[in-house]
Design a binder for this molecule. Sequence first.
Ligand SMILES: [Ca+2]
Length: 360
Amino acid sequence: MQRPNKLARYRFLFIALLGLSVLTCKQKKEQTTTTEDTKQPIASLTKSTYTLGDTITIQLSQPLSEATVSLDDVGSPLVQKSATSLSIHTGAEKIGLHQLVVRGKTANNTVNADTLSVEFWSDINPRSITYTVLKTLPHQSSSFTQGLEFYKGTLYESTGLNSQSKLMQIDLATGSTIKSVSLDSQYFGEGITILNDRIYQLTWTSGVCFQYTMDFKLAKTFAYPTQGWGLTHTDSVLIQSDGSNKLYFLSPDFQRKGELVVYDNMGPVMNLNELEYVNGYVYANVWQTNRIVQIDIKTGKVVGNLNMEGIRPTNIDKENVLNGIAFQPTENAFYVTGKNWPTLTKIQLKSKDKKLVASR
Ligand SMILES: [Ca+2]
């Protein structure tokens, strides 16, 4: 066999390399195309926040057959379907963050799915709750109020700041201290509540809740994973805030049993601070504002607002914000104060607001 000459050998090598190169490019192109196909989103949203009751329109990048939409793994009936969009109704869902999954077959018969995040705001426009000021009582202006609650007709208060934090029983008429216990300097006292003759006192960043007997003897301590802000209770469940828009439900031995996100029609209501539970609603001071929100405990929706600007004492520092709300059931009255305020104000909601019915 005649050996190929040098030129012929180079030509062969050149053709072989060219062929390999074309093949590699082709393979690369095919691989790239395939990757792009699987990565290309099939569904998108023009916005991620909706008010409950809104219709969500999902834009499709390509026509889908057998398209389905589910919210948190529950299928939603499609109200409109076209080659370019799908629509679903909202309304019965819970407020807060949800995962919306769009699934369908593309033209090449591949089943694709996209997960989109959506946030649902409350569909309730909160009412302005009106009130009458019944009385102004003295409050110790040295008290950096963090928790306030009546128990069996007696007022209890928790105060904050390191080296100044206390639990106190207060003489309502004079504002003076009947008895108190001081926290160690490392603790910054926060919300209190009293259930079954046990006083619970949160700390801000220590993750420790102190439980006392009614004679202020330390009975137990509990750990919790969040900051401690406000505390209240229903007949059997403790309710805690941590400065976010969440309320946590806890058993009397401080085991977390659930949580609730709080929204109004403008979005999440952050900085929920001192709390007071009354008849199915949690009243919460919103930190650094003169606002108390009325939260429906079943839904987390804010159904009413109290504007406390009118009771804020004049000539006090800006930092001394509203923080302290206690309900006295025998008088059907709230007592409201703030950090280092010299006054404690007794108010009564006006009659049309007494029923506290949620309304749109
Ligand atoms: Ca309270």
